[in-house]
Design a protein around this ligand. Sequence first.
Ligand code: ADP
Ligand code: MG
Length: 261
Amino acid sequence: MSQEKPTVLLEHYLKELKLPTFLREHRKIAELCGQEGTDYQTFLLRLVEREIQDREVRARERRIKAAKFPVIKTLDSFDFQAQPSVNQPLIRELMSGEYLDRKENILLIGNSGTGKTHLATALAFGACQQGRKVRFYSATGMVTTLLERREERQLERFNRQLERHELIVLDELGYIPFSKAGAELLFEVISRAYERTSLILTTNLPFEAWTEILGSQRLTGALLDRLTHRTHILEANGESYRLRESKKRTRRGTKKNQGEI
Ligand code: ADP
Ligand code: MG
């Protein structure tokens, strides 16, 4: 009983201090250190190290969850040979994340299925792993959210939340034209991010066609001016990966069928 009491109290304090790994591991490590005859400082050091390691893992998981990636993609699963138009050395350099310290942007331009979303996700996921605060949006999702926040009179608050990120992905600009209000709100986000938060933007639209999506030539000019300054432009202009893969499958299927005949 007398031995139980300090443990109960200790566990209560550890909970209060929010040290879950201490709580979980202290008995095991105490036993281990007892067997090894290590001193008290080493025992404490081991526990503290575990707590810190676990805390980093939890923080990384939280950041990844908060980034709201639709699907997680990494560079390991990207086949550069299938898309030779992509500047592989530049992508590899960008993975270091230094562009984020310089508040530079990345623009991925190319036709559908060429891996733009995959690369944007891999870069953003890499940034998360490095401890950066990241948020992934589809461009239309962002515009819808902006319009909703404005409706709720929460726009300023939302914009300030966005500013707390180190990287914002705006995926697939160009599939749906925006309303005038939507385009203006998006412009505000991009303006406020300028030299403050890095953006990764993917689009299937060549610059000449941006006016069609954004509506106004003046707005497009101003937006491109901000977006293309301090920006790494990556082009992906090969064949659609999906199309290529399904053609391969069809070919394999045909061959198999021919073999069977
Ligand atoms: P985009 O955004 O350019 O339209 P996606 O990135 O959505 O293209 O790619 C479509 C699908 O093909 C995704 O599942 C993606 O992971 C895959 N993909 C595209 N290019 C490659 C590639 N070079 N290597 C591996 N997978 C790829
Ligand atoms: Mg895409």
